[in-house]
Ligand binder design. Structure first.
Ligand code: ADP
Ligand code: MG
Length: 261
């Protein structure tokens, strides 16, 4: 399902504002949002997912403005994983993941066996099944991240927006999570993720949106964006982009003294 973002702006009183963002997110693709710290990546993601009100412009999904969807409809349409979640209440892991089913449960009804099965499936995929009865207040950052991703998987929305899904994850789970996202992409989901790791962005994204100072600096396919020319305009430090065994490999330089003999 295509998401059309038209002249979108949002921000914080007396502070940062996004400037007229125009772009599209496509079904069956992963779009990466990259850019320097503070460039507005999280602000854009929250706004397009409906978690931060827009000031101007529109997010159009299925020909309808996101603002005009009822909350439960929106929950079936789009899931959101924030970069840093702080959950105060000691819910269990399973309870948090089951919350992903709320958009499908009628008022005054409770979860059905099928909802528990969906939650169990998501927990298994992300390697969280073994601690489903643990309190979320007692998890490591990486475990919590996987739980929040599990909730989004359990929500089974057509569009998935993830803020730094790889943050806090060990290399094994980075691969696990991106394999899941690749599978969801094959299932025609529309996936958009804020990513810091340009190598991961190169490996898994189809399109990349680069933000700087609240504006789109570049938007295109991976090869059009993750190259020496664009990155040298974007970052002050020298960055190399090499071909390593057929994959794009981005590295901050210099690191010559660390060469493997
Ligand atoms: P990024 O995700 O690209 O690092 P953000 O979108 O989080 O950047 O933030 C963009 C700018 O908005 C930053 O300068 C940040 O300090 C500011 N900002 C973020 N959240 C808030 C907030 N809740 N209130 C005021 N300013 C904020
Ligand atoms: Mg951010």
């Amino acid at each position: 399902m295509t998401v059309r973002i038209k002249n979108l702006s949002s921000g914080y009183k007396g502070g940062f504002h996004l400037k007229e963002i125009n772009c599209r997110l496509y079904a069956g693709t992963i779009t990466g949002i990259i850019g320097p710290n503070g460039s507005g990546k999280s602000t854009l993601l929250k706004t397009l997912a409906g978690y931060l009100p827009s000031e101007n412009g529109d997010v159009i999904i299925k020909g309808r403005n996101l603002k005009n969807y009822r909350p439960k409809e929106r929950g079936r349409l789009i899931s959101f994983v924030s970069s840093e979640a702080y959950i105060k209440f000691p819910f269990t892991v399973e309870e948090i993941v089951l919350m992903g089913r709320n958009p499908y449960i009628k008022r005054l009804s409770s979860e059905r066996p099928a909802d528990y099965m969906k939650a169990a499936g998501a927990l298994k995929l992300t390697g969280c099944a073994g601690f489903k009865n643990k309190k979320v207040t007692e998890l490591s950052s990486g475990e919590l991240k996987r739980v929040l991703i599990s909730r989004a998987i359990c929500q089974d929305a057509e569009i998935m927006a993830l803020d730094e899904p790889a943050a806090h994850l060990d290399i094994n789970f980075v691969k696990v999570i991106f394999k899941i996202l690749a599978q969801l992409k094959n299932d025609k989901k529309t996936i958009v993720a804020v990513l810091h790791d340009l190598n991961l962005a190169s490996l898994y994204c189809d399109n990349i949106i680069v933000l700087t100072k609240g504006e789109i600096f570049k938007n295109g396919a991976v090869n059009e964006v993750i190259n020496k020319k664009v990155l040298s305009e974007l970052y002050e430090e020298k960055i190399s982009v090499d071909n390593v065994r057929g994959h794009r490999f981005v590295l901050p330089r210099p690191c010559m003294e660390r060469r493997i003999k």
